[in-house]
Ligand binder design. Structure first.
Ligand SMILES: CC(C)(COP(=O)(O)OP(=O)(O)OC[C@H]1O[C@@H](n2cnc3c(N)ncnc32)[C@H](O)[C@@H]1OP(=O)(O)O)[C@@H](O)C(=O)NCCC(=O)NCCS
Length: 352
């Protein structure tokens, strides 16, 4: 297998356009083999953007493995540049016709060696297992997550593969999906307090950028398991603006709900959606600051955001990911009509 590397933003756009169809076809093949349906199909503009753009906060590298010129394996590493510069999130995929021949292990070894040489030794990875696939093997041996919450069948290729490469199963997330209308119609009654919830779609308004920055900074440390996957992210108004510009370039739009008390931020939630797939929404971060918990703000924010999406967008369903030990968030989602769709294993490995 011949392996080439592409660091985002280092190749001419024409070179990227030449290999883009191969990458899209490969990603589609991997998704179908994993049981992921059309909602998860690669979006050309997003994939092109991930190969051509980099920012002062993040970048990515892809590795392509070819046999007789055809792409048979692909690796991706997402790299933070502003902080946690010793970390990398990696993923490896092998074309279904070429599995169990050592290609995945060979590619991941090359990726790890490249990353170690750049000082990236704290690795994380993930695998996504549809509910139907997990349920097909309920009686077989399972590997428990280090959090103590949840497990995955050891016989699954992704689980065996990452275990065999010495990754530890740190945490499990539940992926669930709900019709936008279900949460929008939820009647939470009225709360006799002074919290105000604002919603908007598109870029964060200028006078709210510092508020969103503060909430995103706190989100990076205040969700279960955050410490395992990197430290506090540095967010300010400028980074919020840069993220909005990046989303615009990718053809992605955000719907935001922000809770305020006396003009100060108390919590927020965001859902992203792409112009190329307007019926599908992706839940972004949700956080209620510790000092404001216990006022049902999580549910109130989600309902407000879903109402705003139902009224002003074509989004019909929303996917969300939550750590299985995050009971309070799962309870809110259950109430809002979310049904389990898949399980995601989050893995870590130290190269030190
Ligand atoms: C996971 C994946 C990358 C493995 O690729 P591969 O080329 O088949 O893996 P390899 O042949 O290099 O296998 C290396 C080891 O992984 C384990 N393994 C891989 N597939 C396995 C399977 N189907 N059953 C049991 N063990 C398996 C074995 O321990 C194997 O070593 P062995 O062959 O000496 O027993 C491939 O199945 C895939 O692309 N899955 C979808 C993408 C994905 O979910 N990636 C997540 C991991 S980052």
């Amino acid at each position: 297998m011949e392996i080439t590397r592409i660091r985002a933003g280092t190749r001419a756009p024409a070179d990227i356009d030449a290999i883009l169809p191969e990458i899209l076809a490969f990603d589609l093949e991997i998704n179908r083999a994993a049981g992921l349906e059309e909602d998860f199909d690669p979006i050309p503009d997003e994939v092109r953007h991930s190969l051509t753009s980099t920012s002062e906060y993040r970048t990515s590298v892809i590795w392509l493995g070819r046999i007789d010129g055809a792409v048979v394996a692909k690796g991706v590493a997402e790299l933070r540049l502003d902080s946690d510069t010793d970390t990398a999130e990696v993923w490896t995929g092998v074309h279904p016709d070429h599995r169990r021949r050592g290609l995945g292990a060979a590619l991941l070894t090359v990726m790890e060696n490249d990353l170690r040489a750049k000082g990236r030794s704290a690795l994380s990875s993930y695998c996504e297992i549809p509910q139907s696939v997990r349920n097909a093997d309920l009686r077989g041996a399972h590997l428990a997550a280090e959090t103590g919450a949840g497990s995955l069948p050891v016989a699954l290729p992704e689980v065996s593969f990452l275990s065999s490469r010495c990754y530890g199963l740190a945490q499990i997330e539940r992926c669930s999906v709900a019709p936008t209308a279900a949460a929008a119609e939820l009647d939470l009654g009225t709360d006799a307090d002074d919290y105000v919830i604002e919603t908007w779609r598109g870029p964060v308004p200028e006078h709210r950028q510092e508020h969103i920055a503060l909430l995103k900074r706190r989100l990076s440390t205040d969700v279960p398991g955050a410490a395992k996957f990197g430290g506090e992210e540095s967010w300010d108004g400028e980074r919020v603006r840069a993220l909005d510009a990046e989303k615009k370039a990718k053809g992605e739009s955000m719907a935001t709900a922000l809770a305020l008390l006396g003009g100060e931020p108390a919590g927020y939630t965001q859902v992203g959606h792409s112009t190329d797939r307007p019926t599908v929404g992706w839940q972004g971060g949700t956080l209620v600051l510790r000092e404001h918990r216990g006022h049902r703000l999580g549910a109130r924010l989600k309902v407000a955001n879903h109402r705003s999406l139902a009224a002003n967008s074509a989004v019909e369903r929303i996917y969300t990911w939550n750590a299985v030990e995050n009971r309070w968030m799962l309870a809110i989602n259950d109430q809002a009509g979310f049904a389990t769709w898949a399980w995601v294993g989050l893995w870590t490995k130290s190269l030190r």
